[in-house]
Design a protein around this ligand. Structure first.
Ligand code: PLP
Length: 418
């Protein structure tokens, strides 16, 4: 059961006259406030990047989900950002959790969650993690191969199994179908094996790829899931769970969810539990990263003017790994600059991370009417998904980032007592 919450907040409520959203000026103020609270000249490691995390934005995304896709219970994909405050807020709001390993299950259980609110949604699980799931009573598991079924038979024979099917996810930013998902031509055979092994198949799942762009992929996947449901029914199972995976993004959610809802109504009208595994959708816009310019080089361009290379305190081996893996572009904005007058001509920059590796480039081209210099701070929005969890300490740079939690939404502050 989802908690009853007032449907008051929406992004719309946060627009102010100059076209800038209240939430973003609120965040800018919080970033500056945080920066003032430690003096980078005297503080050791004072140039290290830090996050401001707006729990109000996570809360608004939750309300938006409920408005547009209320029939589907979200199981937040912990892998996307296992931040403890995000987990705490979502747990209070009543979501479930998609965990992919023992570590993630441990983390979710440690906030006091009932194991029935977890799905262990990794189709290829290490045996010891599977044993741990059995010990803790985390009984909903995904699978997509015969070998996983044999493993489950040995270790956790009374689990509730969800068959993950393949999707046509080539239009997504991060496709998964080359690694996971049973092809449709194999699903009947897999269900027969599950039957022979006396295992309990309770449903079907899919994932359309992270950063999915084509709503028709969802429609096709729902239709395919129906066909697999029918196969399962045919073989004497009683499937009652459809898991529509993740892949939702804040930008396309409203349109995407409408098409998806229609498909769900068409193919799954009965008494079926509908769940999803959104990650990026909940957290991407909630985290803003501030990063310091630690070095600068000038380069004379073809027109004889100077361009600049900026070296930041964070890079692709830190919070920007997703830029390297998925070519996701991040827009830099100026947080503070010592330069007090703007230049009439735009100044071009390329923006790099701090390590000695040549691939450590965050942005190839950016321009500002400000001459940026060492010590200035930039910030980047939409940094909540696949950032903190992918950071490394390559070259000896720390991967621990300070996170300043705020809330632009009174209801969320009240729940978390900020
Ligand atoms: N579910 C599974 C099984 C995944 O592998 C992923 C991402 O890797 C997700 C959900 C979350 O996807 P997204 O962050 O695109 O919503």
């Amino acid at each position: 059961e989802l908690m009853t919450l007032p449907d008051s907040a929406s992004r719309k409520d946060f627009i102010v006259e100059n076209g800038k959203s209240y939430a973003s000026s609120f965040i800018e103020e919080k970033l500056k406030e945080h920066l003032r609270s430690y003096n980078s000249d005297t503080c050791e490691n004072g140039e290290e990047s830090f996050f401001v995390a707006d729990m109000g934005e996570v809360y608004r995304q939750f309300l938006r989900w409920r408005r547009h896709l209320g029939k589907v219970q979200p199981f937040y994909a912990v892998k996307c950002n296992p931040d403890k405050e995000v987990l705490r807020l979502l747990a209070l709001l009543g979501t479930g959790f998609d965990c992919s390993s023992r570590g993630e299950i441990e983390q979710v259980l440690s906030i006091g969650l009932d194991p029935s609110r977890i799905i262990f949604a990794n189709p290829c699980k290490p045996p010891s993690h599977l044993r741990y799931a059995r010990r803790k009573g985390v009984g909903k598991l995904t699978f997509d191969s015969a070998d996983e079924l044999y493993k489950i038979k040995k270790i956790f024979a009374d689990a509730e199994l969800v068959l993950r099917i393949v999707t046509e996810d080539s239009s997504s930013v991060c496709p998964f179908s080359h690694k996971f998902g049973a092809p449709l031509k194999s699903t009947r055979r897999l269900l027969e094996i599950a039957r022979e092994l006396e295992l309990n198949v309770v449903g079907v799942s899919f994932h359309v790829g992270s950063g999915a762009t084509d709503p028709q992929v969802f429609v096709q996947a729902v239709q395919d899931s129906r066909a697999v449901f029918n196969q399962a029914l045919d073989l004497g199972f009683s499937p009652n769970l459809l898991d529509i995976g993740g892949g939702f993004s804040g930008e396309s959610f409203d349109a995407m969810s409408q098409i998806l809802s229609e498909a769900l109504n068409t193919y799954f009208s009965g008494d079926i539990q509908l769940i999803a595994e959104p990650g990026r959708y909940f957290v991407s816009s909630a985290f803003i990263l501030a990063s310091n310019i630690i070095a600068r080089r000038d380069v004379v361009n073809e027109g004889g003017h100077k361009d600049y290379m900026l070296y930041m305190s964070d890079g692709v081996y830190g919070s920007f790994m997703d830029c390297l893996l998925s070519h996701w572009r991040r827009e830099p904005r100026i947080l503070t600059s010592a330069c007090d007058k703007s230049s009439s001509a735009a100044i071009n920059y390329s923006i790099w991370g701090p390590t000695c590796d040549g691939v450590d480039r965050i942005i190839e081209n950016a321009s500002f009417h400000t001459l940026l210099d060492i010590g200035d701070w930039l910030y980047f929005q939409d940094m909540g998904a696949y950032t903190i969890c992918l950071s490394t300490s390559f070259n000896g740079f720390t991967c621990d980032r300070r996170i300043c939690y705020v809330s632009s939404e009174p209801a969320a502050s009240a729940m978390l007592t900020y």
